[in-house]
Each structure stands twice: as C-alpha cells, then as structure tokens.
Design a protein around this ligand. Structure first.
Ligand code: NI
Length: 173
C-alpha cells in the first residue's frame, strides 16, 4: 500500500490511452487500494490510474454523502463505460494533475456507467450532479483527455502561459 506520485500537466503520459483491465488479481486490488489512498491523501474527488502512470482502465471516486466524513466511501470502477447520457450541467472542475486551475466545464447532467468491480463482476451506476461530473472527468482520463481540453481555447492558452512562466521562475531561483 502506498501513496503514489501524481503526474502533472503537461506530462505526456497523461495523454496515453489506457488499456482494459483483464486480470482481476491481487495486483489489481493493490493498485485500487493505492489509488484510493492517493486520492484521499491529496485530497481529491476522483483519480484515474493513468494519473499515477499506470495506464489501465480503473478509476476511483469519492462517494461520500453530504453528512459523512470525506473519504468514508470510495467507489472503484474497473473498465468503466458511459452507456447513456442525458441533459446538461455546468460544474466548476479542478484536477489533481492540473495545478492551480479551476474552470467551468459543460457536462452531461446524468450518466449511466457500466463497470466491473475488483472481482470482475459487472454493475451499472446512474449518477447525477457532482457524481456524474466526477465519472465523466475520470473516464476522460482513461482516454488521455483532461478537463483543460473542454474549456475555451483562450482560457487554456492563458493557463499554459502562466504555467510556463512559473516554470521559468522556478528554474531561475
Ligand atoms: Ni483529473
């Protein structure tokens, strides 16, 4: 069990297309546990395996109810696929791999996802509001897509310039 280092944009490894999980073994259970610990310690709302340089289709998400302490409930989804989407919502998103940026993103209001658990058993989940956003955001990571790709070009360019500038400053000091 370990807290894993999280890759930061613009690391090209965040752009990898993750492979489907085929082995539901102890290694997968350990990766899931590490993802949960890494997410909770960050803390974050969700985390996808490629963010810790393991390009496999597995995500974890915080599923804590409003009156429960954070980290109490974490869902693990293996090979998740969005099978239905409905409506639209705008949600202010951030990402553990994108330092110092939050931005409104347009997403579906409701999603239905099929996935497997750590034993390989299939299940279906329908989510709305914040949970629907997390699912869409994390499943995007499995295809190398970041929320940055879903905001305006102007905003993305501004962020990239700011990031370059701070990297240059860091090198000087
Ligand atoms: Ni993210």
């Amino acid at each position: 069990m370990a807290i894993l280092p999280i890759l930061k944009y613009p690391d090209p490894r965040l752009r990898q297309i993750s492979r489907a999980v085929t082995d539901f073994d102890a290694g997968l259970a350990e990766l899931a546990q590490d993802l949960r610990e890494t997410m909770v310690s960050a803390p974050g709302a969700g985390l996808a395996a490629p963010q810790v340089d393991r390009p496999l289709r597995i995500i974890v998400m915080d599923d804590t109810g409003e009156d429960e302490p954070y980290g109490e409930k974490v869902l693990t989804l293996v090979n998740p696929v969005i099978v239905a989407m409905d409506g639209e919502q705008i949600f202010n998103e951030g990402c553990l791999s994108v330092t110092d940026l939050q931005s409104d993103v347009h997403r579906a209001a409701t999603v239905t996802v099929t996935a497997q658990d750590l034993t390989g058993a299939f299940f279906t989940l329908t989510a709305t509001e914040r949970r629907a956003v997390i699912l869409q955001h994390e499943i995007d990571h499995l295809d190398g897509v970041l929320f940055l790709d879903r905001i305006s070009r102007v905003k993305k360019d501004m962020y990239r310039k700011k990031l370059l500038k701070s990297q240059k400053m860091a090198k000087k000091s």
